[in-house]
Design a protein around this ligand. Structure first.
Ligand code: MN
Ligand code: MG
Length: 658
């Protein structure tokens, strides 16, 4: 049984060695410490500064390994700039890979977002990677059993290293590294991957491959798993399977991610499987290093030479915030024993080299994203997107509706009533109080396009029934906690709801009564069909009938089934040409005419006499309270966690009948 590791209590011993395993995850092209949407520096994200933290963590320990856990290729205007504008010239390395090479990673794995720009782009991007790229369950060919599959990259790597024990003696060690990713990626990126990439469940693939790593002589096995925690009894093909994975024999350290959470950290509570104090999942040391370079995952293993191999005596796991770098003194001490310090020279810092590789790209990207595109006469923000009142969301709805109308003109589908569905991708929530769109009236540049739409989803259309749409609306209405007459609800938007699942349906008119119980239970996943918060839905004044048919503009993420919305799935898509929403928006804004107005909100709220509730939003919302003036907004003096808290009164919300 492993014990929590404390180096101070472990005496120097021959054949006892400390091995430090470090993780970056979900970098999403955050290299320079810069927020390209806001066009201003952001000191606590990005690989350039994280490299400084890595240098220090390397200097503290004699034996270290560095891994990236995936989702590195997409997520900022930098990634889009490379994929769409500049391209990858022949023989040129992707800047993220160049930065990783400069930092000397030992192995990396693929996340779901690696596929956003298509398979060919990904394969070219990772061509120049100096370290092994491992993925065991994303496949070029699927066989009857996992070990016969043809994996997209190698399923695992064996790293032969020399480590120094606590008396400074060198010993060989073979580290096995297996890569795993959510199998859903083939569904989420169906347009790009169908017929080219297949997938298997994370646990299924790991169970099959792990014995082979041992047979191949791995002393220690590290799972690079681009997956969140999930549950004990998770399905074989669960998106989040870290807990299920940790239960398997043959894994010594678990590097997880994908969910953008931090482990060990205050956001993840103790449970049967999870011990946040010991930093273990099912007894295995584990980390999740946040996102965008916010944290460095650190697992220290204490190893004992055992015959020809190694045994894990104890472990310690930690997620170091990048913000900690500012608090560190300039000089720092190695924590290793004196003999090791003498035997292993201080590693040369890599951060300066990382900074050098990123610099030209940073300057190029800034020039590209500042190019003028068009103008807007109204501010476009998402501070009140969760109330259906967002110019930013309405503009996206307008752009996709306009494009679908254009593409389907003259076809039978164009006879159907058109509904444009948009959910805000930047509307606070788990991503924090700075994660909002806030574009002032004035010139629009390319960076604003990626601010309005942060994912490279493609435009597509579904054919849905009135019953489907009603279910979509009940789902949106379930994002709210209940607001009772005469009472104050301290938290209006349920913390478990995700803004990107709050669909606003432009083209309809509808009313939410938040005093009624929700249909969707976000805690248990249960659906209570008898509950209805949507009290009316009309199309041009006529009530919606369940059997009515609609053409619904949406994106590939939703249409392919993400979030499990009614009527979605690959076979339900009636139009998709792979045109990205960024291209659609860019085209819409570049037509030369200024944005003067956007579609008005289709959502109104039923009056709840004396019913008040607190909305947490971004601080910039204070400048835009006029958009919720009917809800008598009152800003609270002190907001939690950096959010602006606005008390809203639902006694006389704006009437939608006018
Ligand atoms: Mn991610
Ligand atoms: Mg992911």
């Amino acid at each position: 049984m492993q014990q929590p590791l404390s180096l101070s209590t472990v005496g120097a011993a021959a054949g006892t060695a400390q091995l430090r395993i470090m993780e970056t995850t979900d970098l999403h092209v955050h290299l320079a410490p810069y927020d390209y949407y806001a066009d201003r520096p952001a000191q606590h994200l990005g690989l350039v500064r994280l490299a400084e933290l890595i240098d220090r963590a390397r200097a503290e320990a004699p034996n270290t390994l560095l891994f990236d856990n995936g989702d590195f290729l997409q997520g900022t205007p930098v990634g889009d700039y490379i994929a769409y504008d500049r391209g990858l010239r022949a023989g040129e390395m992707h800047p993220v890979i160049a930065a990783m090479n400069a930092l000397h990673f030992d192995a990396i794995t693929l996340g779901n977002h690696e596929f956003n720009y298509g398979l060919d782009f990904l394969l070219r991007a990772i061509e120049g990677c100096d370290c092994p790229v491992v993925t065991a369950n994303l496949l070029r060919g699927i066989a009857t059993q996992p070990r016969r599959d043809l994996s997209l990259t190698r399923p695992y790597a064996l790293l032969d290293r020399v480590i120094h024990d606590q008396l400074g003696q060198p010993h060989p060690i073979r580290i096995g590294v297996i890569g795993l990713a959510p199998p859903q990626v083939t569904r989420w990126e169906r347009q790009a991957l169908e017929g080219r990439v297949w997938s298997r469940g994370i646990v299924e693939a790991a169970r099959a491959w792990l014995p082979e790593l041992r047979e191949a002589g791995a002393d220690i096995v590290v799972a690079l798993a681009h997956t969140g925690l999930g549950q004990m009894g998770a399905d074989e093909d669960a998106e989040n399977a870290a807990i299920a994975l940790a239960r398997l024999d043959g894994i010594d350290a678990l590097l997880a991610g994908h969910s953008h959470l931090v482990f060990p950290g205050p956001g993840i509570a103790a449970s049967e499987a999870v011990d946040p104090h010991a930093g273990t999942i099912c007894g295995k040391p584990a980390v999740m290093a946040g996102f965008w370079g916010s944290h460095l995952g650190v697992i220290d293993l204490l190893l004992q030479r055992d015959g020809g191999g190694w045994r894990v005596l104890g472990s310690r796991a930690e997620a170091r915030p990048l913000a900690q770098l500012d608090l560190m003194p300039d000089g720092w001490q190695r924590s290793a024993h004196a003999a090791v310090q003498a035997a292993v020279p201080q590693p040369a810092p890599r951060a300066p080299a990382v900074r050098r590789t990123v610099r030209p790209l940073h300057d190029e990207t800034l020039a590209a994203i500042r190019k003028p595109l068009g103008t807007t006469q109204i501010p476009l923000h998402s501070y009140f997107a969760m109330l259906g009142r967002s110019g930013a969301v309405a503009l996206v709805a307008e752009a996709q509706q306009h494009r679908i109308r254009e593409r389907l003109a003259g076809t039978a589908l164009s006879d159907l009533p058109l509904v444009s569905a948009v959910a805000p991708f930047k509307a606070g929530g788990r991503s924090g109080p700075d994660h909002y769109t806030d574009i002032p009236a004035g010139p629009l540049a390319l960076r604003h396009v990626s601010d309005l739409y942060a994912f490279p989803n493609a435009l597509c259309a579904l054919c849905l029934t009135g019953a489907d749409l009603r279910q979509w609306l009940e789902r949106s209405a379930s994002a709210f906690n209940r607001v009772a007459p005469g009472q104050t609800q301290e938290v209006l938007v349920d913390r478990l709801s995700a803004p990107y699942e709050f669909e606003t349906l432009f083209g309809l008119d509808y009313c939410f009564d938040l005093s009624r119980p929700a249909r969707f239970d976000l805690r248990t996943g249960a659906i209570h069909p008898q509950n209805a918060r949507v009290t009316s839905v009309t199309l041009h004044g006529a009530p919606l009938a369940d059997a009515d048919r609609f053409l619904v503009c949406t994106n590939t993420f939703r249409a392919n089934g993400a979030g499990g919305f009614a009527g979605t799935g690959p076979d339900r898509i009636v139009h998709c040409e792979g045109e990205t929403m960024l291209e659609v928006l860019r085209r819409h804004l570049a037509t030369g005419k200024a944005v003067e107005a956007v579609m008005s909100s289709p959502l109104r709220f039923a009056p709840i006499p004396g019913g008040r509730a607190v909305l947490s939003t971004g601080r910039g919302a204070a400048r835009h309270l006029d958009s919720v003036s009917d809800l008598a907004p009152q800003v609270r003096p002190q907001g939690r966690d950096g959010f602006l808290e606005v008390m809203l009164d639902f006694t006389t919300p704006r009437s939608g009948d006018a």
